[in-house]
Design a protein around this ligand. Structure first.
Ligand SMILES: NC(=O)c1ccc[n+]([C@@H]2O[C@H](COP(=O)([O-])OP(=O)(O)OC[C@H]3O[C@@H](n4cnc5c(N)ncnc54)[C@H](OP(=O)(O)O)[C@@H]3O)[C@@H](O)[C@H]2O)c1
Length: 404
């Protein structure tokens, strides 16, 4: 018998319990073993659950899981950053394998937890943390290990993609669509981590670090979210026969890398333009394989739980990449070499602002109550500096990179 300690019984935790129940036979034939959830850690043991759970397996005391000798795999699905770090670290130190879906904890403590697991000869797997139900990390760590990856691009956040798709298709304003997304369960009550791009950034940090085999930190990534986009911006973007997506991108360059998460204007017939609603997609470019595309559900109860259980199966069967998958290349951040055309809209109109903005402009798209321009090839931070030197508040502008 393989004993599992489940940390968290929310959306994903419930999905894990459901799949384990309905696929017992298949699991037995795939592993030759019985797999049983021995304990489930939650915050509030009195909460009413949507599935029936035997009372004696629910606990709010992590020590019960840590001290249970029959539990060899801890599946962390709490979403709590610092607490889950403590849980994962103590579980590894107690000889238990880890599966997590928590991109925040993987991103913040990637190097430390990867080397601790390797040192202890244990698994630390996190397939569900990037791309939810899409198998991305296992192919990257295993099947693509002989490639030199030169580029990773992705639409990595379903909430942002849903909002941008709806705004584009239905001409609605940001706030209206956010409300719909919240009502439909696509966006959290506090959507900050999604719409400001932090969630995409964490996933890109994980992907980029694995792909380039050297550390790319959260602070290494240029970040611009989508929360300031308006229906006016969408109109301008449509006039360019284009659409807009929040894209994360890491490029490997000689001795270094560039990394960004930015709203990105892409032609309507390009690949990412057809990744719509809550779907995610990642494209790798490798020297042997060329371009490889992954597409599917980036979140949701069953897709995410499926990825979690894929990791569990790999641990039981020993079919995961052993040792520390993080490389030791020392990579220089070359973001200052990154120049692009940008779309810039400022919701203030006076001649002084216009004159300053005109200096970086290649084309003026609109000049009335708003100013909208396409910039020359320029560094993103140069635009930010110019805007802040003009005293323009954060909520008064929107910037998006333009891909040709
Ligand atoms: N939802 C998705 O589609 C999705 C997709 C990919 C990755 N993920 C990741 O999967 C993880 C879980 O997400 P979720 O949507 O299932 O979250 P959720 O619905 O909010 O559930 C969280 C669960 O963890 C428990 N919990 C929270 N903090 C805890 C703590 N400090 N100690 C013990 N238990 C704690 C909660 O207990 P109570 O029930 O008692 O409140 C709840 O059962 C997150 O890291 C998330 O980023 C989620």
């Amino acid at each position: 018998m393989i004993g599992i300690g489940l940390l968290g019984l929310g959306t994903v935790g419930t999905g894990v319990v459901e799949i384990l129940e309905k696929r017992q036979e298949e699991l037995k034939s795939l592993t030759g073993k019985e797999i049983r959830i021995k304990k489930i850690l939650v915050k509030n043991i009195n909460k009413k659950r949507e599935i029936q759970i035997k009372e004696n397996i629910i606990t709010s005391d992590f020590e019960e899981i840590l001290n249970d000798k029959d539990i060899s795999i801890v599946v962390e699905l709490t979403g709590d950053l610092e607490q889950s770090y403590k849980y994962i670290k103590s579980a590894l130190n107690s000889g238990k394998n880890i599966v997590t879906a928590n991109k925040a904890v993987v991103s913040k403590y990637f190097e430390e937890l990867s080397s601790l697991a390797a040192e202890k000869n244990l698994a630390f797997l996190y397939e569900a943390s990037v791309g939810g139900g899409i198998p991305i990390l296992k192919p990257l760590k295993e099947e693509l290990a002989l490639n030199k990856i030169t580029e990773v691009q992705g639409i990595l956040n379903g909430t942002c993609n849903y909002i941008l798709t709806k705004m584009f298709n239905e001409g609605l304003d940001y706030k209206e669509v956010l409300k719909i997304a919240q009502d439909m369960g696509y966006a959290e009550a506090d959507p900050t981590a999604d719409v400001e791009g932090h969630d995409t950034l964490r996933k890109l940090r994980i992907l980029g670090t694995l792909a380039l085999q050297g550390k790319i930190d959260e602070n290494d990534i240029l970040l611009e979210g989508i929360s300031k986009i308006t229906s006016f911006d969408i109109e301008q973007i449509k006039k360019m026969n284009s659409t807009v997506k929040l894209i994360g991108e890491v490029k490997g360059l000689d001795g270094g890398f560039t990394a960004l998460v930015q709203p990105t204007i892409i032609k309507e017939d390009s690949y990412f333009a057809n990744v719509n609603m809550a779907f995610n997609s990642v494209v790798f470019t490798g020297d042997n394989v060329g371009e490889l595309k992954f597409y599917g559900s980036g979140a949701g109860k069953l897709p995410t739980a499926n990825a979690v259980l894929g990791d569990v199966l790999d641990i039981i069967n020993g079919t995961y990449r052993k040792g520390n998958p993080l490389g030791e290349r020392k990579l220089r951040n070359l973001n200052t070499e990154l120049k692009s055309e940008y779309y810039l809209r400022i919701s203030l109109s006076n001649e002084d602002i216009f004159k300053s903005i005109e200096k970086i402009s290649r084309e003026v798209l609109y000049k009335n109550d708003n100013i909208a321009i396409l910039t020359k090839e320029i560094e993103y931070l140069e635009i930010i500096e110019l805007i802040s030197s003009l005293g323009i508040d954060k909520d008064k502008y929107f910037i998006a990179r333009v891909l040709k």
